[in-house]
Design a protein around this ligand. Sequence first.
Ligand code: 3EB
Length: 346
Amino acid sequence: MKAVGEGHAPRLWVQRLSASAWQALNAGKPPIALGCLVYGRGGDDASQAPANTGTIVLAPAEPPVDVWCSEGPVAHGRCGGVRWAHNGHWLFGALELDEGSEGDALTALSTRAYRDVFETLAHTGCDHLLRLWNYLPGINADAGGMERYRQFNSGRQQAFLEAGQAAFEGAPAACALGTRDGPLRVRFLAGRHPAVPIENPRQTSAYHYPPDYGPHSPTFSRAALADAGGGQVALLISGTSSIVGHESVHVGDVAAQTRETLANLRAVIESAHQRSSARFDLATADCVIYVRRGEDATLIRQLFEAEVGAESPAARRAIVLEADICRADLQVEIEAHAFAPGEVLP
Ligand code: 3EB
């Protein structure tokens, strides 16, 4: 297949829809979707779409879907456990892996998952990871003396190093959330060109967290900035929480954690502005708000609305999900993606 626009990126965009709107769209036209995140726990599957995050949707009322779109033609295939779709420039992949019961299983399983991810990149020529979504059951549970999130971090980092992928500076944007049950789920977006990694001066880079948080640090950057084609720049902001330096702050105070998270999001956007002529605004971004305890959702949403404006696009389109956050002392995590005209600075 001839790659679309060698050199020039074909346009990449995201459509945030309700599951039924997505179904209606699919009925009419050939899908232009590379892949999608179908939020919810399943059973309410929106389409033939493979994605399902295993999280619990608190808002909006109808299960939402984020559809990652580009221009066709789109090729589909499988590589190990990964189902992928790409148009020669942008790639979206999805995999689910079931766990065995051995103590070390999650570390090994995570390495296996990421090996399949990297094999997919090599196979398709879309070699640069931009954004990953990780959903794992019992993220804060202990297994054989180590928290499962830490096991995941060890396995993930090992696969990055094995594959010669940037495990530290230059790592992709990501999030890692806990589900109640189900398989390890990984979704990813990759491209033909590397993204510009963005860090947050208020936070230690996650890949440099000290060993207090586990023997191997998490592998992600605070955001990825990329030319999204059509004169647009994409800012893909990783899961962002109430961490200053490397420490969780305002432990036990959900309101203060939410405000700190919002301050971190502002700081990430400010960092991105130093690397791009595009101007991003959280008030027009597509956000996903993860809350550990469903009963905190109203308060967290109020504080989010106080930041972006209750009538802003971000507030109207926000998705609120119940999920475990990767540190047991964190109550909220917010991620966002935004597109704006401009260019990535050389
Ligand atoms: C943090 O800042 C909060 O392990 O991929 C956020 C985003 C977090 C991504 C990951 C973890 C991850 O460390 C947790």
